[in-house]
Design a protein. Sequence first.
Length: 237
Amino acid sequence: MKKKRILIKLFFICTTILSTTTCLFSQGQSSNCILLSQKEISDIFNDSLKREYNLENAVLKIYKYSDKSGNYLTILNEIKGPYILLNNDTPNIKANAINLKNESGKISKIWNLEKDALPDYIVGVQDINFLEAYIEFNDLDNDSIIDPIIVYKTLTEIGLSVIYKNNIIPIEYQFKGVDFKSLRIDKSFYELPQIIKSYIEHKLYSMKTSMNIELPKAWQKKMKKNKTLIRAKKYNR
């Protein structure tokens, strides 16, 4: 009977955690982040706000989180194109992540990450999607401010952006096209605190393993030398 009570208590604790932290992230300790329901989205965004932020025809997922600087909403839009493929799928032509601050019902835009889908030169179509399994809202440097990580994939590249003090800092891995198997790192990445740089490097390694992607040889050593373009050996100049 005692064992049964313990199991019931553990089940209750796990259920409570899952219900209050509905964002599931791949690494790190999950922050106090919630994925909003469609009803909650409708309650916050009236028609006027949707028009203001061009959200009327978008596919919406909105994450809500709080830190010592305030309450925030991060909107993930995947905007579909005008054409339909033979399999009846409609590819996305743009991905857009918008961060809004909610101060007692007053909404203001803090940052905006936009990325157009790049065409696949072999099959001639384009598509782009957020990779939600790799998106995070965590405090990476222990300053009580959330440092979001947004990850997307097109048919030719994977992009990771860390947002630090409201600045978008991108890293892009191109696996098709002109710079085949190249890694581009924004120079401002190397100005980040070391704890964040180490975390992102570890995340890239984890993505390399889980997504079975082939990063350029010695990419970690080259990042330690603050390289902003790391190519596969045969593409180096």
